[in-house]
Design a protein around this ligand. Structure first.
Ligand code: NAP
Length: 292
């Protein structure tokens, strides 16, 4: 059984990005510049954005963090996005989710110039992804694809079951696994909360991507011998024996599933570390595709 080490893989990719930044500089091109919008005082969002800013420093990007109060109106936020859209200094813009209730996520996503949509959530990016055209891929599914690629996990002709159909993970994951590319070329079954025969489907799967957000949901009796298991789930569960008072749990019951499978991602240290790194890769891609 191989443990797909997202931490080590992510560190290696960041070194490669740092080299690419030096090469851009030597060629007289601009340094990639990521701008992050943070609205309100959500603790988890603060942590995620801090991780993104730190990653920018690590790979040699410029970064700008713009904070806005919880009370900002949707119109004001859209105007701030438009300013960034017009700013030639900035290559990528991310608006950290979740947004305050009075702001519509889709309106915000649509306001971002697709050429700066390094989260890959804009309909233009999603459409181009589906058509297998060069574009920004959503970071978490792209991180899964990169892990499969770097560990040379065969995917062509395999049956992949994706559990979850969210716009940021399950749905794009199913598109990427089914695309005519490597990794890809899977026969994909996408499942969700209304699926009635999930166990039966999982037992037929060569590859399972669990992205439903239910800790330790996927158990050994749902997995066939030799399957590849990708655990996207991250849930904080209370733990009195840790300093923080919680522990991160994936969607897979790791201890009982791992001995049955041929490869598996741990939580933490699997898909999680890949996500921010793929955002960095998208920002580099923004300069390569659209930079002057
Ligand atoms: P989400 O928006 O809540 O979507 C969950 C999906 O799972 C939905 O499609 C839901 O079905 C489906 N689902 C729920 N219960 C199910 C069940 N019993 N059987 C089958 N499907 C079920 O969650 P998300 O944003 O995709 O995130 C999923 C997990 O990944 C979370 O733990 C999240 O923290 C984690 N995550 C990790 C990263 C990372 O960097 N590693 C990034 C993003 C998310 P319906 O559509 O029918 O409701």
């Amino acid at each position: 059984m191989i443990v797909l080490d997202g931490k080590a893989t992510s560190a290696q990719i960041r070194l490669e990005i740092a080299e690419a930044v030096k090469a851009l500089y030597s060629a007289g091109k601009k340094t990639p510049h990521l701008c992050a919008f943070l609205i309100g005082n959500n603790g988890a969002s603060e942590t995620y954005v801090a991780g993104k800013v730190k990653a920018c420093e690590e790979v040699g990007f410029r970064s700008t963090l713009k904070r806005f109060p919880e009370t900002i109106s949707q119109q004001e936020l859209v105007e701030e996005i438009e300013k960034i859209n017009q700013d030639p200094e900035i290559d990528g813009l991310i608006v950290q989710m979740p947004l305050p209730k009075h702001i519509d996520e889709l309106t915000v996503t649509l306001a971002i110039d697709a050429k700066k949509d390094v989260d890959g959530f804009h309909p233009t990016s999603v459409g181009r992804m589906a058509l297998n055209l060069p574009t920004f891929l959503p970071a978490t599914p792209a991180g899964v694809i990169e892990l499969l690629k770097r560990y040379h996990i065969p995917t062509s002709g395999k049956h992949c079951v994706v559990i979850g159909r969210s716009h940021i993970v399950g749905s794009p994951m199913s598109i990427l696994m089914a695309r005519n590319s490597e990794p890809g070329n899977c026969t994909v079954t996408i499942t969700h909360s209304r699926t009635t025969n999930l166990k039966e489907l999982c037992l037929q799967a060569d590859i399972i991507v669990a992205a439903l957000g239910k800790p330790e949901f996927l158990t050994a009796d749902m997995v066939k011998d030799g399957a590849v298991i990708i655990d996207v789930g991250i849930t904080r569960v209370p733990a009195s024996d840790t300093k923080s008072g919680f522990r991160l749990k994936g969607d897979v019951k790791y201890d009982e599933v791992a001995p049955k499978c041929s490869a598996i991602t741990p939580v933490p240290g699997g898909v999680g570390p890949m996500t921010i790194t793929m955002l960095m890769l998208n920002t580099l891609k923004a300069v390569e595709l659209f930079g002057k």
